[in-house]
Every structure is written in structure tokens, then in C-alpha cells.
Design a protein around this ligand. Structure first.
Ligand code: GLY
Ligand code: MN
Ligand code: MN
Length: 461
């Protein structure tokens, strides 16, 4: 964890913004995989990590803004715990690492909350995302208790602006994520299987003592956006899409996607679409600066795809109008990117709209637009992905064609020949600086020639 001063400063800033009430934070517990003692790998709650840094199960904490008091609740290990899981510092020692001087046994949390309610203190909490934590909140606060929008907004304002210590950690995650992608580039050859490439990619991450930041996508069918099957064998002429990232031991994430040719080169048709993807990716990241909205970047990305696909005879009409109408969602049905940090989709348990949209704004419910996770004005310190993709999804093409959607913009009669194309995406991680943007982490092969160099082991990061 970081030096305790970091956590003390974060909590002080949060307490100043909130000014009143009791802020309640439940750390995560262990979760049984198929019975209680066979557990999933423990992952601490990211809000708890951000404010307290303590990476072990069974903790809770309150920040009492009215009485200027912070308490960590937990239990000392029993001898049984030590026999089975090894020794651990005392609760007081763990709390001291986070700069907290007061600790109480877990059993007193209920009493503490009862007292706060009796004192008419407002109890603030962020939305839980695990069933066991939801049940605990229900028991502590009653089933009708609602998460606090004030607390969500205060934390979003802090966590959306990454400090230098966080950016350094994210860049470490991206460094290993790039190595994972270089491994896939080395192995993407006809006859290999998605499974074996996945295993090799994961080894790169695990041997650093890191973990993966989300279940990786490794597929020759990139048009299925979250394809976790790993069932295909790679063939000459295929493309392999790898969407994979590492999470550091401090739990900061990287999130990268590479689409690579399986054989010695892209086919001419793949190269044409890849050039459109590259134009889109470079256009989008070149726009990044404080004050621009990410919605503008997203619509510009869609416009660039429409221009490129018009050159290939697949779209028609005015590209900007096609983008604004939502017609390009046929080829890119997801958003241009999302915030990143302690969560790969940072803070999405708070509610996507609170993180990625201006306060009080609603999402545009139209297909494609509704998947835009980040739309707000960009500010220095924001860290997020830029991840345009181009996909040919046969079921979507057929459905839109049958419904007669966007016939002014889409050349459906040409698309039959493209239904076996698959999909491609390039994803990298960017920081907004006071005067523009900075690419985060070491270089990943991006342009087609860089991909080929990497396949030949000749790409310099
Ligand atoms: N794999 C999910 C994402 O890139 O956002
Ligand atoms: Mn990704
Ligand atoms: Mn992503």
C-alpha cells in the first residue's frame, strides 16, 4: 500500500466535502467458490482500497464527519485462522498502516450504527455490488436504505482525478499488459489454439505477481464483443483479437486490445478495414484535451468510420449525419472508452452515469449511444481507454436490414459479402494533462507494420 499520508489526505478531503453524516464503508469478505472454505481469490473493494489501502477480508470502517472520528472495525486472528492462513498484523497495526488510530471489534459495528441512527445522523454509503455486502447493508440500515448520491459525487470527483502515485501504478499495469499482448503476437500462428494463447498471456501476468484486471477476450471472432469461449483453432487468414490487461498488486488496472493477423500478414480486405480503424484511433486520441467532451470524440470516431466505410462502398450519405443519427452503431455498437483506475471500468458500481456523465445528465437511450460509458468534458487527471472497433455482426446486420433501419446511410446489399469478416478493435490507455494528453505505459504495436514487426520479434517498446 502507499504511505499512510496518502490515505489520511484522501479521507480528510472526503470529510471536508461531505461535512456532515456518518460515511460507512464495508470492505469485501471472502466468497466461496463451491463451498465456504474453497474461496475465490480475495479482491478488496476498490472504494475501501482507495480510502484505507488495507487489502484483507473482514474489515469495515466509518468516517464520522459530525464527530471528526474514523474507526476501522475488524477482528484479531484466532489461532485457527493462523494455523490455516498464516499470521497477520494485529488490527491496530493494520489500521496504523492506513493512518487510523481507532479500531473496534466487528461485533460493535451494529451498535455503532444503531447509535448513529439514534443520534439522527445520516448514514452515507455507495452502492454494493456483491450479494453478501448488500445483505449486510440491509441488516445494518434496513432494506429501504438508499446509497448516497452526495457520497458518490464526492468520491467520483476525487477518484476521477488520478494523482501521480496512481498514474505510476497504472503505467506499471499497462507495462505488463503490453507484454501480455506481445506474447500473443509471438504465438498467433495457424494451428495454435485460443486456449493455449490465453494460457501463455496469463502466465506473463501471473509470473509478475499480478493478476488479470478482467476475464480476457482472446478470439478469432472479435465481432462477439465479450467472447470468453476460447474454443477456436487459429487458421491462416484469421485475425486474433486479444482484449486483456493486468492488475498490479496495488490493484490498478491496464486494459488493452490488439487485433493481429494470424498468418504472416493481414489479407487485403482486413488491411483496408484496419486502416480505417487506425485512422479512427489516431483521430480520436489526437482530439483529447481538457474541455472537449468524450461524446464529441466518440461521434468523431463514428464519423471517421463512416468516411472509411464509404470508401469501401459499405456506407453512403453524410458521415457526420450518419454518426449523429446512430447509424455507425451497426459497425461499432459500443462506446469509445471508459474511465480506468482501481476498477477496469472505474467506479461503475457507483453507477456509470455518475462517473462518465455531467451531474444530473441522462444517457442517450439509443442503440450504440446507450453503451457510451464516458461522455463528459475531459479534465486533467482523467485516465481512460480509447477503444474504437469495427465489427460485422451478422445477426445485427440482418435485423437492421429487415427493419429498414438507416437505409440512407448503409449499403446493405454490399454487406452480405462481409458477414464472415469478424471484428477488430484497438484499445489503449490515455491521460488528460493540463495542456493535452499523454499516452500511458510503454508502446504497444498499433499500426499494421508494427504488428508485423512484433510478430517477427522486432518491435521495440
Ligand atoms: N473488455 C472490456 C473493455 O475493454 O472495456
Ligand atoms: Mn478492454
Ligand atoms: Mn476497455
Amino acid at each position: 500500500m502507499y504511505n499512510k499520508e496518502i490515505y489520511i489526505a484522501r479521507r480528510k478531503a472526503l470529510q471536508q466535502t461531505m461535512s456532515h453524516g456518518l460515511l460507512l464503508f464495508l470492505g469485501n469478505g471472502n466468497v466461496g467458490f463451491n463451498y465456504a472454505d474453497n474461496e475465490y481469490k480475495f479482491r478488496q473493494d476498490s472504494t475501501f482500497l482507495y480510502l484505507f489501502g488495507l487489502d484483507m477480508p473482514g474489515l469495515a470502517a466509518v468516517i464520522d464527519c459530525d464527530n471528526n472520528r474514523t474507526v476501522i472495525f475488524g477482528d484479531e486472528l484466532t489461532l485457527d485462522d493462523i494455523v490455516w492462513t498464516g499470521p497477520m498484523p494485529t488490527l491496530a497495526e493494520r489500521a496504523a498502516d492506513a493512518g487510523v488510530t481507532e479500531t473496534l471489534p466487528s461485533a460493535l459495528l451494529f451498535k455503532h450504527i444503531e447509535n448513529a441512527k439514534a443520534d439522527k445522523q445520516k448514514v452515507h454509503f455507495v452502492p454494493p455490488y456483491r450479494g453478501d455486502r448488500q445483505l449486510l447493508f440491509d441488516e445494518l440500515l434496513g432494506k429501504n436504505a438508499q446509497p448516497s448520491l452526495d457520497l458518490i459525487n464526492a468520491l467520483v470527483d476525487m477518484r476521477n482525478h488520478k494523482g501521480p502515485e496512481e498514474i505510476a501504478e497504472i503505467e506499471k499495469a499497462i507495462g505488463i499488459s503490453v507484454d501480455m499482448h506481445l506474447k500473443a503476437l509471438e504465438l498467433a500462428q495457424p494451428g495454435r489454439t485460443e486456449k493455449e494463447i490465453m494460457a501463455a498471456v496469463m502466465e506473463v501476468c501471473l509470473r509478475e505477481g499480478y493478476y488479470y484486471s478482467f476475464p480476457a477476450i482472446c478470439t478469432t471472432h472479435g465481432e462477439t464483443l465479450h467472447n470468453h469461449g476460447y474454443i477456436h483453432t487459429l487458421r491462416e487468414g484469421d485475425m486474433l483479437l486479444l482484449d486483456a490487461g493486468a492488475e498490479t498488486d496495488m490493484h490498478y488496472a491496464g486494459d488493452l486490445t490488439t487485433t493481429m493477423p494470424v498468418g504472416s500478414d493481414f489479407t487485403s480486405r482486413q488491411r483496408e478495414v484496419y486502416e480505417v480503424l487506425m485512422n479512427t484511433y489516431h483521430t480520436a486520441h489526437n482530439m483529447l484535451k481538457p474541455g472537449i467532451t468524450y461524446r464529441e470524440c466518440h461521434v468523431k470516431a463514428w464519423t471517421t468510420i463512416a468516411e472509411g466505410l464509404q470508401q469501401l462502398g459499405l456506407m453512403k450519405g453524410n458521415p457526420t449525419e450518419a454518426a449523429e443519427a446512430g447509424a455507425v452503431a451497426l459497425f461499432m455498437p459500443h462506446g469509445l472508452g471508459h474511465m480506468m483506475g482501481l476498477d477496469v471500468h472505474d467506479m461503475e458500481n457507483y453507477g456509470e452515469v455518475h462517473v462518465g456523465y455531467p451531474r444530473g445528465a441522462q444517457k442517450d437511450p439509443r442503440f450504440g449511444f446507450k453503451s457510451l460509458r464516458l461522455a463528459r468534458k475531459l479534465e486533467p487527471g482523467f485516465v481512460f481507454t480509447v477503444e474504437p472497433g469495427i465489427y460485422f455482426i451478422p445477426e445485427l446486420i440482418d435485423q437492421w436490414r429487415a427493419a429498414g433501419k438507416f437505409t440512407d446511410f448503409i449499403c446493405y446489399e454490399r454487406l452480405d459479402a462481409w458477414k464472415d469478416f469478424g471484428g477488430m478493435r484497438n484499445e489503449e490507455n490515455w491521460l488528460i494533462t493540463p495542456d493535452g494528453h499523454r499516452h500511458l505505459g510503454k508502446a504497444k504495436p498499433v499500426d499494421a507494420d508494427q504488428l508485423l514487426a512484433a510478430k517477427a520479434g522486432k518491435f521495440e517498446c
